[in-house]
Design a protein around this ligand. Structure first.
Ligand code: AMP
Length: 298
């Protein structure tokens, strides 16, 4: 890009505010908030566009939250792509991006923040289903901690979350229901999962996949399609779950879980019901992928 082009791009980006300190969010209270960890893709863009179309000024938070990563997870190598993220937010129509530092979010340090997160009373859907909660026992403590802080700072009227992280969505919905008075009229909106052409759900972590692993990664969406067909065919849940696992294993995926659950509680069910949710977590040589889909009975 030459100097002239740089200047034009700079002018263009100047229309979107870049906010680093929570105090500067005051004029944007009652905004629509889209919380993210950055490394944005078309899935995130769809949330921002949906929020923009609902008519409020949209704030996108970009914060890789250390307290939702356990020791040994990918916090330090999580992709950070601020320049590209800025452009995506601007193009999608965001009014502002909020990029707080770790120090600003957790002034007493990350260790103290982890200790505080561990004391939070989580909604039952964050502890009972034995899905992400079993695989990543401290994860939802960090998620609830950071999302509550973002809500306190932004005081949004609406917040947008992806169904891609379905248990997370359910946890946030229940946290907001329970703490109703704290965030007044806040409405949580669920947005559908955006997929690559080959069916793989878009994720910031897909960039960890080698080209040859991409084919096997299709096993997740294929297993979900299988669950949907099983529901239509009125198949038994246990048989459908076994078949999902078989499809995943055929694609060299190591299965953490592949289940069909109640849509609200995410607890086991005996029969398909309206909105039943198939949920999968599986690993491809160390890259952990999650996906889910609605699969109502016949
Ligand atoms: P993350 O940056 O991964 O924390 O995601 C931020 C938000 O984007 C969460 O509400 C995610 O559920 C949502 N999201 C991530 N991937 C997708 C996708 N493929 N389609 C729709 N929403 C997504």
């Amino acid at each position: 890009m030459n100097g002239g082009q740089e200047r034009i791009k700079g002018e263009y980006l100047r229309h979107m505010q870049i906010i680093e300190h929570a105090e500067s969010l005051a004029p944007l209270h009652a905004c629509a908030l889209v919380p993210t960890m950055g490394a944005l893709h078309a899935g995130h863009a769809s949330l921002i566009q949906r929020a923009v179309s609902d008519g409020r000024p949209v704030v996108v938070s970009l914060f890789v939250n250390p307290t939702q990563f356990a020791v040994g997870e990918d916090f330090s190598k999580y992709p950070r792509t601020l320049e590209a993220d800025r452009e995506l937010c601007q193009t999608a129509g965001a009014a502002a991006i909020f990029i707080p530092s770790v120090q600003a979010m957790y002034p007493r340090g990350v260790e103290a923040a982890n200790a505080e997160a561990a004391t939070l009373q989580l909604p039952l859907v964050a502890t009972q289903p034995k899905l992400e909660d079993a695989q990543r026992p401290t994860h939802f403590c960090g998620v609830c901690q950071v999302v509550a802080k973002l809500f306190d700072m932004c005081q949004p009227a609406a917040a947008y979350f992806g169904e891609k992280d379905f248990q997370q969505l359910r946890v946030i919905q229940d946290m907001v229901r329970r703490e109703g008075a704290r965030w007044k009229e806040l409405v949580v909106h669920a947005c559908p999962t955006i997929r690559e052409n080959d069916g793989l759900a878009m994720s910031s972590r897909n960039r960890y996949l080698q080209a040859n692993q991409r084919t096997n990664a299709q096993g997740l969406s294929r297993a979900l399609m299988f669950a949907q067909e099983s529901a239509r065919a009125g198949m038994d849940i246990v048989a459908a779950e076994n078949e999902m696992r078989r499809v995943l294993t055929q694609h060299q995926l190591e299965v953490d879980y592949a289940v069909i659950r109640a849509p609200e509680t995410l607890l086991p069910i005996e029969k398909f019901q309206p909105g039943s949710r198939a949920l999968i977590a599986a690993r491809l040589e160390g890259v952990r992928l999650i996906d889910n889909a609605s699969c109502s009975g016949a």
